[in-house]
Design a protein around this ligand. Sequence first.
Ligand code: SDX
Length: 429
Amino acid sequence: MSETKVVVAIEEERLELSVRTGSIGPDVVDIGPLYKQLKMFTYDPGFTSTASCESKITYIDGDEGVLLHRGFPIEQLAEHGDFLEVCYLLLYGELPTKAQKADFDYRVTHHTMVHEQMSRFFTGFRRDAHPMAVMCGCVGALSAFYHDSTDITDPHQRMVASLRMIAKMPTIAAMAYKYHIGQPFVYPKNDLDYASNFLRMCFAVPCEEYVVNPVLARAMDRIFILHADHEQNASTSTVRLAGSSGANPFACIAAGIACLWGPAHGGANEAALNMLAEIGTADRIPEYIAKAKDKNDPFRLMGFGHRVYKNYDPRAKIMQKTTHEVLAELGQKDDPLLEVAMELERIALTDEYFIEKKLYPNIDFYSGITLSAMGFPTEMFTVLFALARTVGWIAQWNEMIEDAEQRIGRPRQLYVGAPLRDYVPVSKR
Ligand code: SDX
């Protein structure tokens, strides 16, 4: 079959560009030769029509509301798998055998402790520092402890660093929470599963035994699965770009955490819960819907809309189901915030503005209600998102390094500033 071409014609100049086809999803036009041949750049701020790489990890069909990890639907992974199984899948490309899973669980479990001197980093922060600020600092500092796994050209060292990141993020996240509330750090326990270990490190106190609630542990594990990876989103692209310069994995993950913090991205779960609390009661919803539609008002419905999903975010449906399970388990089925959220969703999904702009609830719309019910303060919500997304960032970072086509990311621009001009002495200005 002849290769598909796209022709760019400018007056007499004609340039044929190759079209590349993936296994599923849109084709791409290879614009690599564009500048060399036509001395022009493409222009796509926000990268709405730009593929930055080839990837085998995650596929999203935004129109259909489909999310696959290595080909497996998120609904099936959330229903039948556990988070470390999804971590293995994202890192290695296949679901683990029973023996592979046991070995992976053992290796992750036995890397959950952090260097004891890490605990001193926290004391430099104010107690009321936002935990995401603490995470940026402490995760970036990990590269000061693990020089034996920062040679990114060594596949073994990359995998050691990958496992260390996945294993230590819950410990660091729990330490950030404990420091924030003025309670002592709790060490991980190797006889607990990943989610149970994290809940215990967050909520146990020295004065009494902490008994993990299996319903909450399962919900936590599923929430981690839902946040694990999501194609080339802003924070993943940040990690890839940082990694393209050869920066060590810990520094790259710290860059991803910083990007995720933004309210348009991972910070939306905290912003969505604060918005629901501000709305307060269902009768005030129309006032906020009007604000969201007002072009002169910067207010947006947090937890709504998505760059890729122009249908219901499949993760939001699973998240909503998990929310009901957690609230029922905790005897909070009548949580007023849930009532506001469900009424807000009902109204928005029937409103012409949201229908026309294809704005649906995303992963962040219900997660905050669930995490709040589980006992986490809103400022910890994005920390949990970062904890779960670490495996996605790491898997994408590894894929980028192994990709022969990848080189340092260095976009160009359309310059609209002053043309060449001479310096004017201050006496003549
Ligand atoms: C995440 O990319 C990923 O995959 C991210 C993520 C992941 O897992 O990594 O899925 C996680 O970040 C989910 C998104 C969380 N953010 C929020 O919930 C914040 C609220 N949402 C918006 O800020 C917005 O929808 C974005 C940022 C999510 C998407 O922005 P886009 O793609 O740039 O879309 P846009 O801002 O151009 O909006 C298109 C139109 C605009 O109106 P017009 O200028 O065309 O008239 O829709 C409007 C927007 O004003 N719009 C909204 C809206 N979101 C978009 N109007 C009201 N409320 C909203 N939430």
